[in-house]
Design a protein around this ligand. Structure first.
Ligand SMILES: Cc1ncc(COP(=O)(O)O)c(C=O)c1O
Length: 400
């Protein structure tokens, strides 16, 4: 019996969640596995945020919230957009959802006709592709070359802007490539888009607080105000405040777009958890020193990984400019032979070998449209990361 609808046949479950599930199973069997699959901060949610949730629950904020988000949270988000991103969004131009993922899901569901195209810049967050597929849309992958730091350019984009394109997804800082776009890069991409008014742009800025070196987190809607009525700015509290489990994401965009997304959301989930929304208000309005602290730690780990990988001949890693991933090139390992006599033919072979024999879980790059690469998350303690990098180095050294 085939239970799945036709459009589900090409949809994959989240790659990182799958890897982490395998790692959990191996751990439960007693193996000493290091899971570098899942992209979530290893920090606890700061205490003042948890206290705000507790207070809200005791105060009776336990009923259905407004579908598009509580007034308190939408006001806090509008202030945050103004303060951090120099974008004016009225509360009516804001929606709160169950994670940024649901914002993205709502946006496509509300706006795209079956078989319209969604442009993705590879390497991309794997859910972009699968959220498009689950809705019967056509994801189109723009391969952004590692030689150009995985960056989309206006020239590259030009060839993909056909009349059936409905959305372009941009993500800066990006998962998994760690790409951070500069102002002039965004301006030239925007200039290209001006002549294609049917295209909406989703600017996923969820890693904006995890930014290294001298880069600046720039919001497309503030850099390119001429496009603002076609931009959905996506963000959330998962990554910046170590709140992945609270499931609060939000989007800012044109009023009619937000209203259409709210209609979708009203029939999916009726909105996001009222108590988690109260926590998110505190996250956005409360003390921000935790955010700077998390970023410092992620920077230290990024440096640790870059330094160690530079010492492993056959792997390649350009220093990520933001987010907490390392996307490593392993093309030089193709054709290598494992101590067990198996030939490594792809990054998937390598990742499986690494997990099976060295007990480190990583995600094959194919999930992100990046064959010959694999991703590790650096959101784990320095000690565990060091242990994992030792195992990775040993794994590569023992290949023939
Ligand atoms: C680029 C990107 N956007 C969105 C999300 C989803 O975040 P949320 O936890 O808010 O659903 C993730 C999570 O990994 C991500 O990497």
């Amino acid at each position: 019996m085939e239970y799945r609808a036709q459009r589900l046949l090409s949809v994959l479950p989240s790659a990182s969640a799958g890897v982490s599930q395998t790692a959990r199973t191996l751990k439960a069997e007693g193996h000493d596995v290091i899971d570098l699959g899942l992209g979530e901060p290893d920090f606890a949610t700061p205490g003042h945020i948890i206290e705000a949730a507790h207070t809200a629950a005791l105060a009776g904020q336990t009923r259905y919230p407004p579908t598009d988000g509580t007034a308190a949270l939408k006001t806090a988000i509008a202030a945050k957009f103004q303060r951090d991103n120099a974008i004016d969004y009225d509360p009516a131009e804001i929606i709160v959802s169950n994670g940024a993922k649901q914002v993205i899901f709502n946006a496509l569901m509300a706006t795209a006709e079956p078989s319209q195209k969604v442009l993705l810049c590879a390497p991309f967050f794997d859910s972009y592709e699968n959220i498009a597929l689950v809705q019967g849309l056509t994801p189109v992958v723009i391969p952004c070359s590692p030689d150009n730091g995985f960056r989309l350019t206006a020239e590259l984009l030009r060839d993909y802007l056909t009349p059936d394109v409905r959305w372009l997804f941009l993500n800066s800082p990006s998962n998994p490539g760690g790409v951070v776009y500069t102002r002039s890069e965004l301006e030239s991409i925007a200039a290209e888009l001006l002549g294609h008014p049917q295209v909406l742009i989703l600017s996923d800025e969820i890693y904006e607080k995890i930014l290294f070196d001298d880069s600046e987190a720039l919001s497309l809607a503030s850099v390119c105000p001429g496009l603002k009525d076609r931009i959905l700015t996506v963000n959330g509290v998962s990554k910046a405040y170590a709140m992945t489990g609270w499931r609060i994401g939000y989007g800012g965009g044109p009023r009619e777009l937000i209203a259409a997304m709210t209609t979708v959301q009203s029939q999916i989930s009726s909105g996001a958890c009222s108590i988690a929304q109260a926590a998110a208000v505190e996250a956005l309005n409360g003390p921000q020193d935790c955010v700077a602290h998390f970023c410092d730690v992620f920077r230290r780990r990024r440096d640790l990984v870059v330094e160690r990988i530079a010492g492993i001949d056959k792997l390649h890693l350009s220093a990520p400019g933001g987010a907490f991933y390392a996307l490593m090139g392993c093309a030089n390992l193709h054709g290598a032979v494992t101590p067990q006599g198996e030939v490594i033919r792809s990054e998937t072979d390598f990742v499986q070998h690494l997990l099976q024999h060295y007990k480190v879980a990583a995600v094959p790059g194919t999930a992100y449209g990046a064959a010959s690469f694999f991703r590790i998350s650096t959101a784990t303690s320095d000690d565990i990361l060091t242990d994992a990098l030792d195992r990775l180095a040993q794994c590569v050294a023992e290949l023939g």
